[in-house]
Every structure is written in C-alpha cells, then in structure tokens.
Write a protein that binds this ligand. Structure first.
Ligand code: SF4
Length: 408
C-alpha cells in the first residue's frame, strides 16, 4: 500500500559517497589532519590496502616529524621539503571545516607552481557509522529487574552483523541508556573487535570507577575515541572532586589525545569555567575541548510539540527550557533546508539494547525491524525506506534541525 505521506516531498535515505574499497588512489596522497577523522580514514584505507601511495599526514600544530600509525606527520617545514620532489599530490582532507586555500597558504610559492595539487574532502567517501547499545537503565517500575547489561555473546552478534554488512563502517558507537563503561563485558568486547573498526565510547566523569577504567580501555584498543560527558546535575548528586577529575584526566591524556564534549545547557554552563581553570589547563596539549550546544533528547518530543502544540510531559518541557537556543526559531530556519538530504542518515543501523533496530539515533521509539542474526541488509534497508517516521520528520524539516549547520 502506498504511504499517504509519499505525496509530500520525501528525500529518500540512501548511501552517499564513494565506497572506500572501490576507490583507487592512483597518485601519491597525503591525509590532511591527524585526529579522529584521520584515524578513521586511515583504518579503512589500511583495511582495503590503499596505503601504497600514502606519504603521510599533515598537521602543523604537531611537533615536527611525529608518527601516526607509523607514518610521518609533517609540519609546514617538512611538508615543503617533501613536496619539493613531487609533481602531483592529492590531499585527502580529514578536517572538513578548513578550506583548500588554508592548506595552500602553508606551501612555498615554488611548490604551488610546480606541483599539481588536488583535494578530496572527507565527505567524498561513504562513511557509515552505527550505534550498538550495551546497557539499559530501566525507567518504569515494571521494568525493574530486567537486564541492564548486554551479554558478551549478544553484543558480539550485533557488532559482527554491522562489521559484516557494512565493511566500510567508519565508527561504531558503543552506548546505552546507562553508562556503557558499567557493562562488565566491555573489556572483552573491545579485545574481540575487528582491528580496523574505530570505536567511540561515551562516559561521564561523575563516577571515579569510570575514570579509572578509561585508562585501562585506552590501553586495550588504539583506535578508540572516548567522549567524556560533563553534566553539572550529575556531578551535584554524585560528587567527584575537581581534584579527582584532574588526576584521571591528566593520566589519560598521557596515553592518548582525548575529546571532552561539553554539551552546553543553562543548567551546566557555570561548571565550564571552573573545569577549564582547575582541570583542563594542566593537560591542554592532549585534551581537546569541544563545546557544543545542548539538544532536546529524542526528537519524538519535538515532533509531538509541533503537532500537538504542547510538551508530552513535564520532563520534556523542562528540557526545552534548558537548551540555549530557541526551538521555534530553528524549526522555522530548517524549513528552508527541507528539500535537502537527511543529516543523520549516515548513522545506521542503530541497534537498541532490547534488539530493536531504530531508523536513526534522534528518535527513541522507531523500531523498523527486530535484530536477528539472520536479518538481511536488504530487509533492513527496505524497512528503513518505508518508515513513516522519516516522512513525518521531513514534513516538519526535523531531518535538518542541526544548529551548527543552520547557523552556517
Ligand atoms: S527520522 Fe528523520 S532524521 Fe531520522 S533518518 Fe528519518 S528523516 Fe532522517
């Protein structure tokens, strides 16, 4: 039966970009950047044996001639030395927000006139990412006593499904409604992962055990990003002193560079100056602080607010008042982008703790099919395409409700 919402303009969800295993680098190339994105690109190039012509990485903020995955990270001086001998070079940009001319400004005029330089942005590649939930926090009384941690076997079955069906997978986010660090199988799971799979783990710093564990996990798997979530409310109820945070963050930063995401809301922005002053300044060369605006969790609540003109419950109403941007203004702005593709379609599949596969990570209750090890990718994609939710979501342009993009 035809979906009645098909009459509305619908931008189909589809894979975008060149699949890395089909890409042939016919000339020498350099990866611009030596951070998380560069790491993801490198792992996939290595998996599909595309490293023959890679001359190294470029990051002018690094000390000269450091190594990244055993390859040289050039700074401005060493890059100019190397490019002097090249006639042609392709730059794979892992830093999406820097322009090509920024790179060209690092080069001597002679090189610019003698060497044929071309660029490929990271968005050129197909970069699927997936979410596999490892934990569950029962919310309702009747759910108490239900499982809170995914078993090792179930976790591996789901992760293997993703790795097999999405060989180009750029990142798997191991998350859950409870802190994934609390899953007792986490270490075992990380040890079993494909070495070419990049992993992101979210945790919070209001638990000293989690802070201790970061050090152990960072040693087990090299290609891992640990995102630390800071929430003043949690810290208030589960106090960990700034000194304890400082102790662990400086230890972790000795092992690897870490990203700390500060999701800014009206109830936590007071905390950031304190953290910056007391904690981060001691390990700034290894800690990257990313400040981002807070969002309303679960777009179902927004959809409900738009259609019924009221918040579904008190919690969503309170949350809506904590975000530091005006929802109505941005919903209006996103209408102008309605015809453009969905911004989060790259992150798929999203496998919930209870084995439901969601159409995307923005909505909680969007089961399109239940996970089973015999599930085919074809069925997964078909169900996703037929999701009524996508049509409803696009009707109100919520598929483009991304503050950073709308502010550009
Ligand atoms: S529900 Fe909306 S945001 Fe999610 S995948 Fe569908 S169109 Fe994109």
């Amino acid at each position: 039966m035809k979906n009645h919402l098909d009459k509305e303009k619908f931008v189909p969800l589809k894979d975008i970009g060149v699949k890395i295993h089909l890409w042939e680098p016919r000339q020498n190339y350099l990866i611009w950047g030596a951070g998380i994105n560069a790491s993801k690109i490198y792992l996939k190039f290595k998996k599909f044996s595309k490293l023959k012509n890679l001359i190294g990485f470029f990051d002018n903020s690094k000390k000269p001639i450091q190594k990244f995955y055993g390859k040289t990270i050039f700074d401005k001086k060493s890059l100019n030395e190397t490019l002097k001998k090249k006639k042609k070079i392709l730059i794979v940009k892992s830093i999406p927000f820097l322009s090509n001319s920024t790179f060209l400004n690092y080069l001597d005029d002679k090189i610019k006139s003698n060497c044929d330089i071309s660029f490929i942005p990271i968005s050129f590649f197909y970069r699927p990412e997936a979410i596999v939930e490892l934990t569950n926090a029962p919310l309702m009384q009747y759910e108490l006593g239900s499982d809170e941690y995914l078993s090792f076997e179930d976790a591996m079955e789901r992760i293997n499904f993703v790795e097999k069906n999405y060989p180009d997978i750029f990142n798997i986010d191991l998350s859950g409604s409870k802190d994934p660090f609390e899953n007792p199988n986490l270490t075992k799971i990380l040890k079993k992962l494909d070495k070419f799979t990049f992993i992101t783990l979210h945790t919070n710093i209001n638990n000293e055990n989690n802070l201790k564990k970061i050090n152990q996990l960072a040693k087990i798997k090299k290609s891992i990003q640990i995102v630390i979530i800071i929430n003043e409310i949690n810290l208030k109820y589960n106090p960990v002193s700034l000194n304890t945070i400082k102790k662990y963050i400086s230890k972790i930063s000795k092992i690897r560079k870490i990203n700390i995401f500060l999701r800014i809301r009206y109830d936590n922005y007071n905390l950031f100056p304190k953290l910056k002053k007391n904690v981060f300044k001691y390990c700034l060369n290894k800690v990257r602080i990313i400040e981002a605006l807070g969002y309303i969790n679960s777009y179902e609540n927004i959809l409900n607010f738009i259609t019924k003109k009221k918040w579904i419950d008190k919690k969503s109403e309170i949350e809506s008042k904590l975000i530091p941007w005006r929802l109505k203004d941005y919903i209006r702005k996103s209408q102008f982008h309605k015809h453009k593709p969905c911004l989060c379609q790259r992150i798929f599949p999203v496998i919930n703790f209870n084995g439901n596969i969601n159409v995307c990570h923005l909505y909680d209750k969007t089961n399109i099919v239940s996970f089973s090890k015999t599930l085919s990718k074809k069925k997964l994609i078909r169900n996703r395409y037929n999701s009524n939710l996508c049509r409803k979501c696009q009707k109100f342009a919520l598929h483009r409700l991304d503050i950073d993009i709308l502010n550009r």
